[in-house]
Design a protein around this ligand. Structure first.
Ligand code: PMP
Length: 416
């Protein structure tokens, strides 16, 4: 893991870039898997756009519009570099992961999937990598198949192999589970899918922010992620696709910017990626995303991974030694970024509410993964997630907060 130019994170210096941590009430922000905080350089880049060259792109023949266009396209190049895409044209800006996956389901899916075809998913998918495929299956008559997980919360690879047949046209899989934290063996999944001629869509919402994802090495067909989970703003996401696939696919949304010529009854379409970016895009947000890619690259994705693993390990051991706490998912070395748990006798929403009174932000609920909740036989879980600005002190505060919640609920149940 450690290479010659590895530099551990300077977490104190990083925290200076996040004004939210300088507030009067110290904030232990343990919900970055839902949406990460945004560092000052990213906000500053968006402010500079608004303050000095605010204009629409790809149209204006004047200086500030050309500047906006150049910055928007530079952001595309930065994102391409982040995931090692061979060509920046393979980066389509969307609103988020959800829209990127819907783009594939509507455009590629409608053109490719028929009633005898099968789409293989896993039971750990986020709704955004499930519902678009359900809608496609309902529209086309295709069948959805689900790979089960093992008791430890790992993908059951033998089951995946059983499900893969010549009927499989697509495997849509998350790289990292947003509930269990499980890091799936993506390379093997992609190789196995390709061996039966299926394409692969990767939901990389929880992986791109945390470690290096190389689309050329993986050889995935599509990969989707969101800006707001990797220190970027909301309202911007990414679809990466192999160029021949993107070129063959019909448009997703029609309108301005995505056309070459328009007549009354018929139009021709622009080249990729403009073909998939109808209307005025999120310009400031794309520029912000480019700077977020710079930010996490400069901090070092390897260093981010090592740091968040330390926090995850520490939290795992702290919570594991606490009576009444159930942890979900595999051992820490098999997961990334998130730790889901339940505390006996306390609803996850109450846990989150009590922790909030102590300045600790975690998430509670079904985490947009209801089939996984059913599989785990729970209604909801509490989830702490870790990122580059978190500290061991944040983990200790989580632990102390949970102990306080347990004592409070214990007192309440005895005073009834
Ligand atoms: N997939 C995974 C694994 C996620 O964690 C999330 C966000 N919770 C999404 C997809 C959806 O991301 P967005 O809401 O930005 O579209």
């Amino acid at each position: 893991m450690h290479t010659a130019n590895f530099h551990p994170l300077d977490v104190e210096a990083i925290r200076q870039d996040f004004p939210i941590f300088a507030g009067e009430q110290p904030l232990a922000f343990l919900d970055s898997a839902a949406s990460a905080q945004t560092p000052q350089p990213v906000v500053a880049a968006m402010d500079t756009y608004y303050d000095t060259y605010r204009s629409n792109i790809h149209r204006g023949v004047y200086r500030i519009s050309e500047e906006a266009t150049a910055q928007y396209e530079r952001a595309r190049e930065k994102v391409a570099k982040l995931i090692n895409a061979p060509n920046a044209r393979q980066i389509v800006f969307t609103r988020n992961t959800t829209e990127a996956i819907n783009l594939v389901a509507y455009s590629w899916g409608s053109a490719t999937i028929g009633k005898d075809d099968e789409i293989v998913l896993t039971v750990m998918e986020h709704h955004s990598n499930l519902v678009p495929w359900q809608i496609l299956a309902q529209r086309t008559g295709a069948t959805l198949r689900f790979v089960e997980i093992t008791d430890e919360g790992l993908l059951n690879f033998a089951h995946l192999r059983e499900l893969l047949t010549e009927k499989t046209k697509l495997v849509a899989v998350t790289h990292v589970s947003n509930v269990l934290g499980t890091v799936n063996p993506l390379q093997s999944i992609i190789d196995a899918a390709h061996a039966v001629g299926a394409k692969v869509v990767v939901d990389a919402a929880q992986s791109v922010p945390h470690f290096r994802v190389d689309v050329q090495q993986l050889n995935c067909d599509f990969l989707a992620f969101s800006g707001h989970k990797m220190c970027g703003p909301t309202g911007i996401g990414v679809l990466y696709g192999k160029l021949p696939l993107l070129e063959e696919m019909p448009p997703f949304l029609g309108g301005g910017s995505m056309i070459r010529t328009v007549e009354r009854d018929v139009s021709t379409y622009a080249d990729v990626p403009a073909k998939f970016e109808a209307g005025t895009p999120s310009i400031a947000e794309a520029i912000g995303l480019g700077h977020a890619a710079d930010y996490i690259t400069q901090a070092g994705l390897e260093a981010i991974h090592v740091h968040t693993q330390q926090l995850l390990q520490h939290a795992h051991h702290r919570l594991k030694e606490t009576q009444g706490i159930t942890l979900y998912g595999p051992e820490p070395h098999q997961k990334a970024g998130v730790l889901s748990f339940n505390v006996a006798g306390i609803h996850p929403h109450d846990i989150a509410g009590i922790l909030d009174m102590h300045g600790i932000a975690i998430r509670a609920g079904h985490h947009c993964a209801q089939p996984l909740m059913q599989k785990l036989d729970v209604i909801a879980t509490a989830r702490a997630s870790f990122y580059l600005y978190n500290t061991l002190e944040d983990v200790e505060r989580l632990y102390d907060g949970l102990r306080k919640a347990q004592k409070l609920m214990h007192r309440r149940s005895h005073s009834r």
